[in-house]
Design a protein around this ligand. Structure first.
Ligand code: T46
Length: 133
């Protein structure tokens, strides 16, 4: 599976760290939505869905987590443990997020607004769509 990452500059100094994300500059799309995932239950997995029309970048700004990506043919696990590495997830990719460190904070940039009808939450339905693509 072709996995795309975003290289992000991290500006560190004695006061702390900073990353900057700019639409169509270091982020390859117009950003319409930003959300954060934090205070995660380290025992549980999240996600379990794909999107029909949504590109996202996941950046683990603190701590670490793993992301399972599944394109209907192949599955792969990616570890995110640095704000310098953003994971680009396009549409029609099943994702699950797991193995959160207790201090994990994930920031997600999305090129579309929140729309529940954009979610494919049933894995069999996801496979059916992929196989007829
Ligand atoms: C994704 C992974 C990485 C909103 O009201 N607005 C939003 O923008 C989002 C993202 C969620 N919500 C509500 C919907 C649910 O009631 O927040 C609640 C938790 O969302 P969800 O169960 O979808 O969270 P995850 O972690 O399973 O999935 C999220 C994103 O929804 C999804 O697009 O790719 O993070």
């Amino acid at each position: 599976m072709n996995i795309n990452f975003l290289e992000v500059d991290v500006f560190n100094n004695e006061a702390g760290s900073l990353i900057s994300l700019e639409a169509k500059k270091n982020v390859p799309f117009e950003i319409k939505r930003v959300y954060c995932i934090f205070k995660t239950n380290t025992e549980l997995r999240r996600g379990f869905h794909a999107h029909k029309n949504l590109n996202q970048v996941l950046i683990c700004v603190n701590g670490s987590c793993k992301v399972l990506l599944d394109d209907g043919y192949e599955r792969t696990n990616i570890e995110l443990s640095s704000p310098s590495k953003g994971l680009i997830i396009k549409d029609f990719i099943w994702r699950e997020i797991f193995d959160f460190s207790s201090d994990c904070v994930i920031m997600v940039l999305a090129d579309n607004f929140y729309d529940e009808s954009d979610y494919i939450r049933d894995y069999d339905e996801f496979l059916k769509i992929i196989k007829n693509y």
